[in-house]
Design a protein around this ligand. Structure first.
Ligand code: MF3
Ligand code: CO
Length: 249
C-alpha cells in the first residue's frame, strides 16, 4: 500500500532529509586518502546526533553502523571498518539515513578519492545523471516505470549495467515503504504517481555486468565480475509543481 503524505508530513520528511544532505555535504571534504572507513562512521554518527536526529540504518535488521561505505567493486551496504583504508583512485559510495520526529530521510552519493581514472569518473557522472533523469519523471500522472525506464536507458546507452537485486523505495514513517522503485523497467508501467508520494530513488550502476553477491559479513554487496560500481540516491516528494528533491542543500 502506497502511503500518500500531507504537506505537514512532507515537511517533517524534509527536516530529516536536510540533515542527511548536510552530513553528506560535510563528507565531500572530510573523506581523504589514508583514512579508514571507520573514520567515516564516526563523522557521520556525530553529524547526525549533533543535529538532533537518529541514525536510521544502525540496528536496521541488525546493520551495525550509521553509514554504508562501499568502496570500488562494493555496490552497497559496505560496513565501515578499521582495516579498510582509502587510497587515491578509489571511488566511495556513502549512504546515510536519518530519523527525526518519526520520519525518515535517505540519500547516497559516490565520490572520488584523490585522482581517479577517467573511466571511473565517467561511471559516477552517468550514474548521477541517471538519478536526475529518473527524478525528472517523478511527476503526477506518470508511473513508476517511467522513472525506472529513464534510469535504465541512460545507463545502458553508456555501456554500463543496472543492478537488479536492489531497488529504490517509498519512504516516510518507515525507511522502506511501498512502492518499490526499480532502476530498470518499461515506461507506462507500474503504480501511478500521485501528489504527496515520497520516494527514495537510488540507481546502482556497475561498469561490468549487473550481477552482485553478498560477502560473508551478510551485508556487503559486491559485483560478481569485480567491476566497479556507483550509487546515487535522493529522497524526493511528488508535488503539483513537480518533483521536489528533499536531500539537496
Ligand atoms: N539506502 C539503503 C536502503 O534504502 C540503505 C539501507 S542500509 C540498512 O536500503 F542498513 F539500513 F539496510
Ligand atoms: Co534507500
Amino acid at each position: 500500500m502506497i502511503i500518500v503524505k500531507s504537506q505537514t508530513e512532507i515537511r517533517k520528511i524534509a527536516d530529516a532529509c536536510r540533515i542527511v544532505a548536510e552530513v553528506l555535504e560535510g563528507l565531500k571534504s572530510h573523506v581523504t586518502e589514508g583514512m579508514a572507513t571507520a573514520d567515516i562512521e564516526r563523522f557521520v554518527d556525530e553529524g547526525i546526533r549533533k543535529r538532533g536526529a537518529g541514525a536510521a540504518f544502525r540496528g536496521y535488521r541488525g546493520y551495525p553502523s550509521s553509514v554504508c561505505v562501499s568502496v570500488n567493486d562494493q555496490v552497497i551496504h559496505g560496513i565501515p571498518s578499521r582495516g579498510m583504508k582509502l587510497k587515491s583512485g578509489d571511488i566511495v559510495g556513502l549512504d546515510i539515513g536519518t530519523v527525526l520526529d518519526g520520519f525518515y530521510g535517505d540519500a547516497a552519493m559516490t565520490i572520488p578519492v584523490g585522482n581517479v581514472r577517467a573511466g571511473n569518473a565517467h561511471l559516477l557522472k552517468i550514474t548521477e545523471e541517471a538519478l536526475m533523469l529518473g527524478i525528472e519523471k517523478a511527476v503526477v500522472g506518470n508511473r513508476i516505470g517511467d522513472i525506472s525506464s529513464a534510469v535504465q536507458v541512460h545507463v545502458e546507452k553508456h555501456g554500463y549495467s543496472v543492478v537488479r537485486a536492489f531497488v529504490g523505495h517509498g519512504i516516510g514513517r518507515s525507511l522502506h515503504e511501498d512502492p518499490q522503485v526499480p532502476n530498470y523497467g518499461r515506461a507506462g508501467q507500474g503504480p501511478r504517481l500521485r501528489e504527496g508520494m515520497t520516494l527514495a530513488i537510488e540507481p546502482m550502476v556497475n561498469a561490468g555486468g549487473p550481477d552482485v553477491r553478498i560477502l560473508d559479513d551478510g551485508w556487503t554487496a559486491v559485483t560478481t565480475d569485480g567491476s566497479w560500481s556507483a550509487h546515487f540516491e535522493h529522497t524526493i516528494a511528488i508535488t503539483k509543481q513537480g518533483p521536489k528533491i528533499l536531500t539537496k542543500i
